[in-house]
Design a protein around this ligand. Sequence first.
Ligand code: ARG
Length: 472
Amino acid sequence: MTDNASNTPKANGQGQAMWGGRFSAKPAELMQAINVSIGFDKRLWAQDLAGSRAHARMLMNQGVISSHDGEEILEGLARVEDELLSGTFPFRDEYEDIHMNIEARLRELIGPTAGRLHTARSRNDQVAVDFRLWVRDACDRTVGQLEALQKALLAQAEAYADALMPGFTHLQPAQPVTFGHHLMAYVEMFGRDAGRFRDARVRMNECPLGAAALAGSPFPIDRHQTATALGFDRPTANSLDSVSSRDFALEALSAASITATHLSRLAEEIVLWTTPMFGFIKLTDAFTTGSSIMPQKKNPDAAELVRAKVGRILGSLTTLTVVMKGLPLAYSKDMQEDKVPTFEAFDALELSLLAMAGMIADLTPNTQNMAKAAGAGFSTATDLADWLVRTLNMPFRDAHHVTGSAVKTAEGLGVDLADLSLEQFQAIEPQITNAVYAVLTPAASAASRMSYGGTAPAQVRAQIARWKELLA
Ligand code: ARG
């Protein structure tokens, strides 16, 4: 065995332990480096204070601690809060996480009475309640941001309820729709997204505080009291589950991932629509950037970044799912890794929602270009087929065939369907009359689609009115 292969720690050329590698840190320092979470869980300070206050009041009410001690603790927590709000609170790595940082500071401010706050509590239920409060707030904020985005979409949809544009399938022109109708499709998607956050909130709204380390507490605590004080519907019903579960965060991240997926689709459409080839919309300088080399460029960076954020958000869901997978009950330190992905995902989502609402309000459609494109690609071919069915009582399959021949003729001549003469139509199907021309314009096509949820401007307006009421 060579010296190098030996696994006994020994001095290398620089006089360091071999296993020190590129870290000069001692084991104690490495332990602190991997263990410390204050750098990111400081974001839970407001929730930690809320949980501590509710816990202290309950302990007082139940006679577990004296009112004198309880009042002292509450006053101390108020001073801690002042420091946190004013930015003078000393965050210290040696106290590992937000829970111990706050408790250590409380002790410095009020003395040994601070130690009574942790009666009938563990950091396991403490972090569970803090994180749940944070995720609940994040869900509430997201619902608000989604509604703001929906309102921005509604305003544009109302202004452009009649503006024709091509509807696509396979990104090929399919049938004319209106710009308002297209935007309202996203109002529906974001409405369901908000619903998912609301649903998740209902399920997560149970309070884990009082589960203590894992088995519950021998003190006469009142978990219903703390649950109510913190705005929960009830306490969680199993102490092991209370400290072991993070599915509330997984559910919120799932909802976030679906929302981000919807955002990325709208972002992609903005990217497409702003290209000169489409020329459907314009964004102002507020949401675009220039190129450092190509003076003509106006790049939709904000839309591109929204399109990309889904990677980070879905990545967070994957991260937390893998962290939780296979964890035995109850608490394991693995679960400390729940916070960074969750914070990151909601930061990214919030920014995306705000930027998207901004872009929607900012955009100006080029209704001329859109209307022109709405008529391209024989987009009223289905209307011709439908006319043959309705007026000549043709079976749809035959009508489809006749229409195909008309499209072929028009294509050969390099004209639109509406440009074919009556003789040309009649050469294909003798029963066709002049009345056919009324259905061949994109406007007539869109206006005819009066089925519930269809693209007819009257239907679009009805949906706008419904949503306005829902969001009022
Ligand atoms: N910082 C920890 C976390 O975020 C708090 C819980 C620590 N509990 C423990 N038993 N070490 O998960």
